[in-house]
Design a protein around this ligand. Structure first.
Ligand code: NI
Length: 429
């Protein structure tokens, strides 16, 4: 059963101007509690502590990804490309809309602290006994499984996966534009309409017409700039480290039988890593921040200090080092310990590799990581073979190591540290 809405619904959107909803199923999905929960989860986690405008939600990003996918598909339909399987339209639109459904509050940090993956939760919510699951089943008992397969990237029609998840997909295009808009940076303002006009379905995947190469170069340059200017901003990383430490400390205390004055559901289940889907859906940023507010008053000094730091934005400072000398790190750890610091919490080493944001890496074996250009003779070429610009930024990592530490704690014991270590941390920013 598939019905068009009698009247198209529109959402006003600052990035795409309007988001158009024509199918009843999409409208019904947007109105489920599971999808509405995304309004209470920020798209960029703690970036708002660095860029105060970055308060946009996963709800707005998800609508944006849906809208870009809708525009691409309607263009394929208008051009009547034989390589686009028209019966896949709704699977693609639902997967685009729901692809981030399983994100938790401050996703990146919470996933690291509790070894979870949002993609698994997305699939559990889609397949489970939820309202989203019930809406999807209206299109057939196997329809939720199809949507989950697209999200897991193992759907039988790879072209659908390629639309929602590839180096030039609707997800990346939306977050690039949206994150640039809300952080207020000048990068990331790509000509999306031009890129969309250059896309075409070809032999089971989405490729770019050769004449669109410069628009794609521009897009990859924007990704590169956003990566360094926004996604890997050291202040944002500092706030993520504090968040992760809060979760780690709370989990540690809980495991040791500590009695919290405030521990609402589903936090005990989160700490024990035995959450049901229903419990998981209770997690949002409002709940987590309320817990932090209350934990400021906990007698555990470490937990209350970390929560205060996060809420009042008293973040860790950092020093940059070019190479990571493990012996030096060991020396710092022992010196911290001897001076009365807590090296497990008072020193964190960070390097920009574990980010979900890759600029672009056309690894040969992974076809789905390539961007293919199609010339007039219908030959395909990987963009980095053709473009000097793309080649020069592919897989580029010129990052430095950052050592994060609480500067006030360090200042109170700096006279007890060996001179070379004290000197290193005196350059902190
Ligand atoms: Ni996304």
């Amino acid at each position: 059963m598939h019905l068009q809405l009698r009247e198209e619904k529109v959402f006003k959107d600052p990035v795409h101007n309007y988001v158009h909803v024509q199918d009843e199923i999409i409208w019904a999905l947007i109105n489920t509690p599971e999808f509405q929960r995304l309004r209470r989860i920020r798209q960029l986690g703690t970036s708002y502590l660095t860029f105060h405008g970055a308060e946009h939600s996963r709800f707005s990003h998800s609508l944006g990804v849906y809208e870009i996918t809708r525009r691409i598909i309607s263009q394929f339909e208008r051009a009547d490309y034989a390589d686009w399987p028209q019966e896949e339209r709704l699977v693609a639109l639902c997967a685009a809309l729901l692809h981030d459904l399983g994100h938790g509050p401050f996703s990146h940090s919470i996933e690291q602290a509790f070894q979870m993956h949002h993609e698994d939760w997305t699939c559990k919510i889609v397949l489970g006994n939820t309202e989203v699951g019930a809406v999807l089943r209206r299109l057939g008992e196997d329809f939720p499984a199809k949507v989950a397969a697209v999200i897991r990237k193992d759907y039988e029609h790879p072209i659908v996966v390629s639309l929602v998840s590839s180096p030039l997909d609707a997800d990346r295009m939306d977050y690039l534009l949206r994150d640039a808009y809300f952080t207020g940076v000048n990068y990331g303002t790509i000509d999306m309409d031009r890129i969309l006009r250059m896309l075409r379905p070809f032999q089971g995947r989405i490729v770019v017409k050769e004449s669109g190469m410069h628009a794609v170069e521009d897009y990859l340059m924007s990704r590169y700039q956003m990566y360094w200017q926004v996604y890997f901003h050291p202040v944002t990383r500092s706030s993520e480290i504090i968040l992760r430490q809060i979760f780690r400390r709370a989990k540690e205390l809980h495991a040791g039988g500590y009695r919290f004055a405030f521990l609402p559901d589903p936090l005990p289940g989160l700490f024990n890593r035995d959450l049901t889907v229903e419990e998981y859906l209770l997690l949002d940023e409002a709940l987590v921040q309320t817990a932090f507010m209350q934990w400021r008053k906990e007698p555990d000094g470490l937990l209350s200090d970390l929560c205060t730091r996060f809420l009042d934005r008293k973040l860790y400072k950092y020093v940059e080092v070019e190479v990571l000398d493990l012996e030096m790190i060991d020396d710092i750890r022992s010196a911290f310990e001897a001076a009365g610091l807590h090296p497990e919490y008072d020193l964190e080493i960070d390097f920009p590799t574990d980010l979900p944001y890759d600029v672009f890496r056309p690894d040969g074996e992974f076809q789905d990581k390539q961007i293919l250009l199609l010339d007039r003779q219908e030959h395909l070429r990987e963009i980095s073979e053709v473009s000097d610009i793309v080649r020069s930024i592919s897989g580029l990592h010129r990052g430095k190591y950052h050592l994060y530490y609480p500067d006030n704690k360090l200042a109170s014991v700096i006279h007890r540290l060996p001179a070379n270590i004290a000197e290193l941390f005196e350059q902190g920013q």
